[in-house]
Ligand binder design. Structure first.
Ligand code: PAF
Length: 283
């Protein structure tokens, strides 16, 4: 695996492959890689001849009081994991390669990024869609893989690709979990031992929501309130626990059939997010 730090070198390598008729798969990351990221690489391998990954902790998607400086940077370990997973090229630019001057052009997907994580992280999805647009323009991939754990991000990217006619197919990859159900995340490393023991309750509450909906519960506000209160009583500070329409990410109505139950909850300093799909089958 080669590691390149500049846009020009990365473009040149990708163009060489594309001139040879090879397809390119892309996995953008912020590094500190875990098994969930490796699953994205494995998936990309199945859809493309060459796989490019990026490691870039993107400053424009962090709010002023968020963990940009503290975000774990583990490039050497990431390189080893990416190489072992069969990545062909790692693009790892410094910040001034991606943002050499003040950004005046932003990509902002209306509405989809306003609620859920967007409500408690204003500007976050604008930073994500802007950097992903830039990365797509640099790597020009045929396909790109994103984790379903960041379900709202996936919805924003899918819509951006449609609206802006990017020639890339987006593949959503199911969440990788620890044995006790906790969704893998680069931020899990922030958890204390006590918090780590409690953290699987997030997934447990999502499963309770799914069971209730599958059993016929359609008063979603009541369900949300009940489960949020239950998480709260365990020591979580719940940002949201919501049943949404899987495509629009807006609050689900009893008529919707393709749903996601999504949660964001803080445990100490750590913000955990997770979600699960729920499909209502009507006869
Ligand atoms: O999901 C992430 O790690 C980031 O939001 C992404 C897509 C790499 C953009 O910085």
């Amino acid at each position: 695996m080669q590691t390149l730090n500049t846009i020009a070198d990365t473009r040149q390598q990708v163009r060489t492959w594309q001139a040879q008729g090879l397809t390119v798969g892309f996995v953008p990351t912020m590094g500190n890689l875990h098994a969930g990221h490796i699953r994205l690489i494995t998936e990309a391998r199945q859809h493309a001849d060459r796989v490019v990954a990026s490691v870039f902790v993107n400053p424009t998607q962090f709010g002023p009081n968020e963990d940009f400086d503290a975000y774990p940077r583990t490039l050497a370990a990431d390189q080893a994991k990416l190489a072992a997973a069969g990545t062909d090229l790692l693009f790892a630019p410094p910040v001034d390669e991606m943002y050499p001057e003040t950004t005046l052009t932003w990509v902002d997907v209306d509405h989809l990024g306003d609620h859920l994580c967007g409500a408690s992280r204003p500007g976050h999805f604008r930073g994500v869609s802007t950097v992903v647009s830039k990365l797509f323009n640099i790597v020009t991939p045929d396909i790109a893989c994103f984790g379903e754990k960041d379900f709202q991000q996936l919805a924003v990217i899918r819509r951006m690709v449609r609206d802006l006619c990017f020639g890339v197919r987006i593949i959503g990859v199911p969440t990788e979990r620890e044995a006790d159900g906790l969704a893998m995340s680069s931020r899990n490393g922030y958890l204390s031992q006590e918090e780590r023991a409690l953290a699987p309750q997030v997934y447990a509450h999502l499963q309770q929501a799914r069971q209730a909906i599958e059993a016929g519960e359609s008063d979603y506000p009541a369900l949300q309130q009940r489960l949020s209160a239950s998480l709260g009583s365990l020591g979580f500070r719940v940002d949201y626990l919501t049943v949404v329409n899987a495509e629009t990410v807006s609050p689900a109505t009893p008529q919707d059939t393709d749903l996601r139950v999504a949660v964001a909850a803080r445990l100490g300093q750590t913000r955990l997010i997770d979600n699960i799909p729920v499909t209502i089958v009507r006869d």
